[in-house]
Design a protein around this ligand. Structure first.
Ligand code: FEO
Ligand code: CA
Ligand code: CA
Length: 642
């Protein structure tokens, strides 16, 4: 797309009001910020002192502002990626590419579940780069752990009839979900490729046996006719984003798991489990993909407990291809977007998480045990024991982490909880009772390793302030919030394990011409339009990188990737680095340790079209669009954004 004239064509004023003026929001934030300023400076000095960081680490904390030629946003029908001048993008791996020697090459006319379960899955989302060998910092060889959130059957199969899917279509769909682990390497000329038949390559699908661990394992509600022990479940579904642990495993998040279950409408309303399924939004009739037509475990009327075995965080050790993945119930059950890890000064592990649905919550889990950098095996079950907390964001910029502990506060038998297992299985209701703050769809919640602050991406909530729904509050200040926002949390003493925090608004996303937007006080005439923040990442200088999902609807541009400094004079200066193809969202963002390669997942390219009438042919330029992971590098192998 061309210059500003064309761009302006797409600028439409948000029709959705804000409930209060931007000036009011800004005035409130500034008064809070003045109060916080001195405290924050003092505490970061204290933290550097207390961790005993040397001069070298302190120097690395200096802000390096990203520098690149800002990408002009593209119109929603524009079907190609865009990167800044001096950079190039390449497709690394696409849906259907074989991961093993004997896996067939993808053939859209002859798909089978057996083939798909050895091929790269559909709708890649999270990307974790884990260096090879384990413990190294290699930026030229590693394992890519990519999850596959969902399937677009209308783009995968000819003549697909959603009411009457065939058995093959259903089974290919189940096999296209889950996780891929794939070895990748960078050649001397800079070209990345995946290693077919690497012993590390692995597919985890909707059929793979997964162990259930933690306080809810073995609870009667987790028992089914197939698994009377309630400790092993088939498959992980709707894996959205995730995170990496300091011990080299990956956490992958089960998000909209409810959509795979059918016939909840036939379930007994007087059963105590009814209200739990209802709180999690089980569909009343046939599910979207109709898997229950061939697999009774997806039929709530026949197997009422199977749904309780989904909606968890799953831990995978990519360095051990024989490892049985584990659902960690201590981290709660909700529509998990991701889990990202920070270490408390005393070594306890803190996992930050969001429940991605309108009016849902932000959580953190603090492990009981401590991370041991010298004993990998000792860390493997750290996420089974600890305390789950939910966030309350107060009007005055303070906040509290409220513990979800059976027997404490309202989480008692009188309120229907029989054990900690039931608090975890019904996390949402426990959080309701504690009075947590209902947020505008919490997506990634991620600690910045450089400044120790936590960034909460809230993608949108067009129901905020509408008839019968919650109105605005300080942390969710816009009614009918179609463009989303980002909150910055500072834990007390910069300790991730603190029970209290301060927070402030970092970005109110949207078109800069929209009076309700805010870019940390930065000059709005100089920033890129951005809508619907979803996944975030940090470069080695601590700059925030934001991938979006839903900009085409929110601001009439394709989704993209944006860089923004979080400190110094450029704080809030959002600049677009990448623009994606028609119908897709951008996921992943992941850097190699040297920051010279950026991986992105292009999820659901061409969504909105069908097999017969595609709106995208990316990336092959013939046939169907294919969800793919791409690499972005500088022609001179520069550090991305330098
Ligand atoms: Fe699957 Fe919350 O995005
Ligand atoms: Ca997401
Ligand atoms: Ca999303």
């Amino acid at each position: 797309m061309g210059g500003h004239d064309e761009k302006d064509k797409w600028i439409v004023r948000s029709e959705e009001g804000t409930g209060e003026t931007f000036d009011t929001i800004l005035a409130r934030r500034l008064s809070r910020r003045e109060v916080l300023k001195s405290a924050t400076v003092a505490s970061s000095v204290a933290i550097i002192g207390s961790l005993g960081l040397g001069a070298e680490t302190v120097a690395a904390q200096r802000t390096t502002t990203p520098r690149f030629g800002t990408v002009t946003p593209t119109a929603p029908e524009f079907d190609d990626v865009k990167v800044p001048e001096g950079y190039y993008a390449r497709t690394l791996i696409r849906w259907g590419e074989p991961l093993s020697a004997d896996a067939p090459v993808h053939n859209v006319w002859e798909q089978s579940a057996a083939a798909q379960s050895q091929q790269f899955g559909y709708n890649c989302d999270f990307i974790g780069y884990l260096p090879l060998p384990l413990g190294s910092n290699a930026s030229n060889r590693g394992l890519l752990v990519v999850n596959h959130e969902y399937t677009n059957e209308e783009l995968m199969f000819p003549a697909y009839d959603p009411k009457n899917p065939t058995r093959t279509q259903v089974d290919v769909g189940i096999a296209a979900h889950g996780v891929s682990v794939v070895e990748i390497q960078r050649a001397a000329d800079g070209t990345w490729s995946y290693v077919r038949n690497s012993p590390y390559n692995r597919r985890i699908t909707g059929e793979t046996p997964i162990r259930i661990s933690g306080p809810a394992a073995g609870h009667p509600w987790l028992m089914t006719s197939e698994d009377p022990s309630g400790t092993t479940v088939r498959g992980t579904l709707n894996n959205c984003a995730g995170g990496k642990t300091p011990w080299g495993t990956v956490l992958t998040a089960e998000e909209n798991f409810h959509q795979y279950f059918g016939n909840f409408g036939k379930f007994d309303k007087n059963d105590v489990r009814y209200a739990v399924h209802r709180r999690y939004g089980m569909p009343a009739e046939q599910s979207e993909r109709g898997w229950e037509l061939y697999h009774s475990r997806f039929d709530v009327a026949k197997e009422p407990n199977e749904g309780f075995r989904h909606g968890w965080m799953v831990e995978v050790d990519p360095y051990d291809p024989t490892m049985t993945p584990v659902k960690r119930t201590a981290l709660g059950r909700f529509r998990h977007e991701a889990a990202t890890i920070g270490l408390a000064p005393d070594g306890r592990v803190v996992a930050y998480m969001g429940d991605d649905a309108v009016f849902e919550y932000v959580y953190k889990f603090i492990s009981a045990g401590k991370y041991n950098p010298r004993d990998r095996a000792a860390n493997m079950n750290l996420l089974d024991e600890g305390t789950l907390y939910v966030a309350r964001f107060n009007e005055d910029g303070s906040g509290e982490w409220l513990p979800l502990v059976f027997g404490q506060g309202p989480l008692t038998r009188e309120n229907g909880f029989g054990s900690q297992a039931e608090v975890l299985i019904n996390t949402r209701r426990a959080a309701d009772l504690l009075g947590a703050t209902k947020m505008d769809r919490p997506e990634d919640v991620e600690p910045n390793p450089i400044n120790k602050k936590i960034y909460v991406a809230l993608t949108n909530n067009t129901q905020r302030g509408t008839e019968g729904r919650a109105g605005t509050d300080a942390a969710n200040p816009r009614a009918r919030n179609s463009t989303g926002h980002i909150i910055e949390i500072t834990e007390t003493d910069n300790n991730y394990a603190s029970p209290t925090f301060k927070w402030e608004m970092f970005i109110l996303a949207g078109l800069p011409s929209d009076a309700s937007t805010f870019f940390a006080g930065f000059d709005k005439s100089k920033v890129s339009p951005i809508g619907a923040p979803d996944n975030v990442a940090f470069d080695n200088a601590g700059n925030l990188w934001i991938a979006t999902d839903g900009a085409a609807r929110a601001i009439k541009y394709n989704d993209g990737l944006f860089a923004v400094p979080v400190q110094g004079a450029q704080r809030g200066n959002v600049q677009q680095f990448f623009s994606t193809v028609a119908g897709s969202e951008v996921c992943g963002p992941e850097f190699t340790p040297d920051n010279r390669t950026l991986f992105l997942a292009i999820q659901h390219p061409g969504e909105g079209g069908t097999f017969e009438a595609p709106i995208s042919t990316w990336p092959d330029r013939v046939g169907l669009p294919r969800p793919s992971v791409i690499t972005i590098q500088g022609f001179d192998n520069r550090v991305i954004g330098s």
